[in-house]
Write a protein that binds this ligand. Structure first.
Ligand code: FHN
Length: 412
């Protein structure tokens, strides 16, 4: 019996409404606190690295606290590393003893995470690394050790089946680690048998969204550490760290933390391109999230409380943002996001609609609207200082869906 898979548009609808999610990189690597690549970067032998599992007993792990923080930030879904490249599973697996259930923690953290997300009405994504550094074949190549590569591929298929079977309805299958050192990109799907794998995923989870990292395009593009829109109609999500790009997992001293303004403007630019922003936290070994991340997420949440209508369910807007910022839209409303406050008058080009009103969301105050036939829109009577230091949003009520003034401005 073949399972009926809903249409792409049906499956991705909630994702477009959500716009903002939390990525969580957590595992044994939080103990040394030098990022999730520490095993490979410091060439730690697998047996030595496995000793960490004896110390991984996160006394303060509280999935409800993670969910509460994500909600406070205005996030609508959460993606957890169920297993990263080091091979350690945060879930119960019949095909591996290297799990948090069978070692010191004796807990199924994925199960606890899923239950907390459901209590908090958060959509759920499972990150799963196809590659596993513990398999010799991955490093020496299929020619030199075909048996090891086959065992690694079989592990991936078996564990993805466990994840898709044992934890209820899952919303995103977030593959990673599909790349293979000796192979060109177009051969990756065959190496992992990804067509067979994803057929199984969709048969078990017909509503699921699958990302583009198993060697197949599937449903979602995943630009990493940058915000680059996909073609209209294609779902995409920018994933990003708050600190250095090498540190998805916890790093004890991470000097380069992005500011709240930078993080908000990344979120806005993703929304302007009809994409999502998956912002990462790397909890400490005890399960808590560091203060610098909590402060930033709470500040973003404060901004989202006032301006979230310009982000959730956002559509591309054909108006220019000029030099001052960018625009998002939703139905018969456009939102001007002013990153660089111009003072008492703002101008944006290419507005083909009649603007019925302009309101600053941060203050509720109206601006005076003046429009020229060539599409230039002037908003006047603005305060000299920016009402919001990160991004002041001005809501433009229009006479219909946003439409741009046709043609090139020089020809007017
Ligand atoms: O190697 C991983 C990395 O550790 C992290 O998980 C990121 C998140 O998207 N993905 C890979 C690097 O592209």
């Amino acid at each position: 019996m073949t399972t009926k898979v809903p249409s792409y548009e049906e499956r991705i609808k909630w994702f477009h409404k959500a716009r903002f999610g939390m990525f969580i990189h957590w595992g044994l690597y939080a103990i040394p606190a030098r990022g999730e690549w520490v095993m490979l970067q410091e060439q730690i032998p697998a047996e030595e690295y496995a000793e960490l599992a004896k110390k991984f007993k996160p006394s303060k792990f509280d999935a409800d606290a993670w969910v509460a923080l994500a909600k406070e930030a205005g996030m609508k879904y959460m993606v957890l590393t169920t297993r990263h490249h080091d091979g350690f599973c945060l879930f119960d697996s019949q095909v591996s003893d290297f799990t948090s259930v069978k070692t010191a923690a004796k807990r199924d953290f994925v199960a606890e995470f899923v239950k907390a997300c459901r209590r908090g009405r958060m959509k759920i994504g499972f990150y799963y690394s196809l590659l596993d550094w513990r398999f010799r074949g991955y490093h020496v190549g299929k020619d030199k050790d075909p048996g090891s590569v086959e065992a690694m591929v079989q592990q991936a298929h078996a564990q993805v089946r466990e994840l898709m079977t044992n934890y209820g309805k899952i919303d995103i299958m977030w593959y990673d680690g599909g790349w293979v050192p000796e192979l060109p990109r177009e051969q990756i799907a065959d190496y992992w048998r990804s067509r067979e794998l994803n057929e199984m995923v969709r048969s078990l989870q017909p509503h699921i969204i699958i990302n583009n990292r198993s060697g197949l395009e599937e449903d979602l593009d995943t630009p990493e550490q940058h915000v680059t829109a996909s073609r209209p109609g294609r779902g995409w999500e920018s994933c990003m760290t708050i600190g250095d790009s090498c540190g998805w997992g916890y790093i004890r001293h991470n000097p380069n933390m992005k500011t709240v303004t930078q993080l908000i403007q990344h979120l806005v630019n993703a929304a302007a391109g009809e994409g999502n922003y998956l912002l990462n936290v790397g909890p400490k070994a005890d399960g808590t999230i560091q203060r610098e991340y909590v402060e930033r997420l709470r500040a973003i949440g404060k901004w989202m409380k006032v301006n979230g209508e310009s982000i959730y369910g956002s559509q591309r807007c054909p108006f220019g943002g000029g030099i001052i910022g960018t625009t998002t839209a939703r139905d018969n409303t456009a939102y001007l996001h002013v990153f660089r406050w111009p003072g008492e008058e703002a101008c944006i080009p290419r507005v083909g609609n009649k603007v019925k009103s302009a309101t600053i969301l941060a203050t509720g105050k109206r601006a005076k609207v003046h429009q020229l036939p060539n599409g230039r829109l002037f908003l006047r009577g603005l305060p000299t200082r920016p009402p919001d230091k990160h991004d002041t949003v001005i809501r433009l009520r229009l006479d219909g869906p946003p439409r741009a003034v046709p043609g090139d401005w020089m020809t007017k």
